[in-house]
Design a binder for this molecule. Structure first.
Ligand SMILES: [Zn+2]
Ligand SMILES: [Zn+2]
Length: 159
């Protein structure tokens, strides 16, 4: 835990800046398009602020449910771009798309998507039938996958 305190935007300021969104404490950072609620775990580091701005970007870009996993990477990338270009400067947060932390977020997302596309029987890459089901073209196994509840698959340090 970093003991140095730096001036960070607090949650009340952020709530004030986005009156059209609801903010609630949650287990992880996430965005619920149905209730227009952003859940935040805490707001005590740059990492937390970056993740919160990323969720706000999902809200501002009106990201809802997706049908195919392949769309997820584009959704994640566009939310980071919006967070970096439009939101971070307002909170004096220096973030760049080529920051290793952002790239690692996207890489971990790609890895996670790849793993869930692998057939549990034969390890071939399956074809996604709908948002919750994959089918293997080699052995015809079908398997179900969960919707991603959070963008925060892994924690990376943003310096
Ligand atoms: Zn298979
Ligand atoms: Zn995201």
């Amino acid at each position: 835990m970093d003991a140095t305190t730096m001036p960070l935007a607090n949650i009340n300021k952020i709530k004030h800046d986005f009156p059209d969104l609801n903010f609630e404490k949650g287990e992880t950072f996430s965005w619920d398009p149905n209730s227009r609620t952003i859940y935040y775990e805490k707001l005590s580091s740059k990492q937390d602020l970056a993740q919160l701005l990323h969720e706000i970007a999902h809200a501002k870009l009106d990201h809802k449910n997706y049908q195919r996993d392949i769309q997820l990477i584009d959704i994640e990338r566009s939310a980071w771009e919006y967070a970096i270009n439009d939101l971070a400067p307002k909170y004096s947060l220096k973030l760049k798309m080529d920051d290793s932390a952002i790239q690692e977020f996207l890489d971990s997302y790609r890895d996670w998507l790849h793993k869930r596309s692998l057939c549990p029987q034969c390890d071939a890459v399956g074809l996604q039938k709908d948002n919750a089901t994959y089918r293997c073209l080699s052995c015809s196994t079908e398997w179900r996958v969960n919707q991603a509840k959070s963008c925060q698959l892994k924690r990376y340090q943003i310096k």
